[in-house]
Design a protein around this ligand. Structure first.
Ligand code: ADP
Ligand code: MG
Length: 250
């Protein structure tokens, strides 16, 4: 992973919740346009790192920049630029889709939070739905009318509304059946190719990371213990924990 020109850059990132430190000095570099897998057991700090990158958890110390923006900056202009640069797609689509709002309302709000208008944003809403291959008549429907995979694709469309440069996908396929997972993964690969998106792909599924990502960072108990190209790390893991992880892949 290169330092120069990184679109995501973390140096000695520490995060504490109360007295408990959960990230212990994480360094991470993501090159523009690349797909980086972030792997590690449950509780290792992957989601916390994801939240730091989108500005929803503040670093306790360290430097974190996304698209040149300091994620800790509190001024409105920086918050807005960060929001437009990086979007988090969570595992559970319901955490970004309000069950009471139609898909049209959800997308209109993502497009223009100040004056959301389904009618006014209709062309852009259609474009977003086309992009994730959801029929346009979804505009008047509610999230529960869709399958899990469709709902996840709608959540992705919502994330795309601001035309971000970076997408952080946190276990987005973990709750889905294998065939549905494949569809979502294909979509993410397509978005990366067509939109030039940079992807941080968080998953505990190493087989999926192997297919989707070019680089991988391995987290353990709040530290990145190893990182490098997927090919190198998978072929010749240096850290004992990475070896252990790879040995557990069926
Ligand atoms: P992962 O996504 O790798 O499973 P998380 O980032 O969700 O890991 O959690 C890392 C650690 O931080 C866990 O021990 C978790 O319990 C703790 N943690 C996460 N969020 C909070 C929070 N808001 N308050 C207190 N502890 C938290
Ligand atoms: Mg998590």
């Amino acid at each position: 992973m290169t330092d120069v020109g990184s679109i995501v850059r973390a140096r000695d990132l520490r995060v504490s919740f109360g007295r408990t430190e959960v990230l212990h000095g994480v360094d991470l570099d993501v090159a523009p346009g690349s797909a980086v897998g972030l792997v590690g057991e449950s509780g290792s700090g992957k989601s916390t790192l994801a939240k730091v990158l989108v500005g929803s958890v503040a670093p306790t110390s360290g430097v974190v920049e996304v698209a040149g923006i300091d994620v800790g900056a509190a001024d409105r202009a920086s918050r807005r630029r960060l929001h437009r640069s990086v979007q988090l797609i969570p595992q559970d689509p319901y955490s970004s889709l309000n069950p009471r709002r139609t898909i049209g309302q959800a997308l209109a709000e993502a497009i223009d939070p100040v004056r959301p208008s389904v009618r006014g944003s209709r062309a852009r809403i259609d474009e977003l739905l086309d992009r994730v291959r959801i029929p346009r008549d979804a505009v008047g429907r509610h999230p529960h009318e869709f399958s899990g995979g469709q709902r996840q694709r709608i959540a992705i469309a919502r994330g795309l509304a601001v035309e971000p440069r970076v997408l952080v996908a946190d276990e987005v396929t973990s709750a889905l059946d294998v065939s549905v997972q494949a569809e979502v993964l294909r979509l993410l690969a397509e978005l990366r190719r067509d939109l030039g998106l940079t992807m941080l792909f968080i998953s505990h599924n190493l087989a999926v990371v192997n297919v989707v990502c070019d680089e991988v960072a391995v987290m353990r108990a709040g530290d990145v213990v190893e990182s490098g190209s997927v090919r190198e790390v998978f072929a010749a893991p240096r850290h004992p924990y990475t070896r252990e992880l790879l040995a557990s892949v069926p």
